[in-house]
Write a protein that binds this ligand. Sequence first.
Ligand code: FES
Length: 144
Amino acid sequence: MENFEPEIVAFCCHYCAYTAADMAGSKRLSYPPNVKIIRVPCTGKVDAIHIMKALLKGADGVYVAGCLEGDCHFKNGNIRAAHRVAYVQKMLNDIGWDGERVEMITMSAGMGERFAQTAKEFTEKIRQLGPSPAKTAAGQAAVG
Ligand code: FES
């Protein structure tokens, strides 16, 4: 696992996390290129199936980054997303994968530093966990 470079998918809300990523870029803050951003109008649009598909198609970790609690532009999309992430975490634990591979994160549009720091920390966490079980025969058997 020495040369393992994790592939991370980050579902980022257009109004906050995506703007924070932009802010990180403007401030020339670096974050790992392992993180591939998928912009969504609101994290409330991210369903459990989207997270699972990302994992099954090669992501080693997935995080959903939305607005701070109370700041969602669609009222409670981030709360719904947090529930879905918790559901996926439980499901992953139930099939013997690490639920920690999935996380919900919140931030405001001005938090470029937080975006970069989160990307670094999450990438490091997944590096420690190792490749997704979806990439192993045992993992494939767990999901049929
Ligand atoms: Fe950002 Fe809903 S608009 S999480």
